[in-house]
Design a protein around this ligand. Structure first.
Ligand code: SF4
Ligand code: SF4
Length: 75
């Protein structure tokens, strides 16, 4: 049995300066460009927890939170 972690992408809109780095850098397109170039979480399920967005955000506006684990055999 192999567990797969589930993540939630949290964006603090008060900190975000809409620079676009997070949706430019996200390898899985979990975060995409939304309305008015704002970052939009398209699908939390795509997130692999690489934290590239979190580490690259110049305004510390992103938190990647591990919210659980699923058994891949059950998917
Ligand atoms: S990298 Fe940070 S500041 Fe830039 S758009 Fe994404 S959340 Fe906003
Ligand atoms: S942790 Fe990685 S996969 Fe998840 S939203 Fe950030 S850049 Fe994308």
């Amino acid at each position: 049995m192999k567990g797969k972690k589930i993540y939630e992408v949290q964006i603090n809109r008060d900190f975000c300066k809409i620079c676009g780095i997070c949706y430019w850098i996200c390898p899985t397109k979990t975060i995409v460009e939304g309305e008015f170039s704002k970052p939009k979480v398209e699908d939390n399920k795509r997130c692999i927890g690489c934290r590239m967005c979190e580490n690259s955000c110049p305004d510390f506006a992103i938190n990647i939170v591990e919210i659980g684990e699923v058994n891949e055999d059950e998917q």
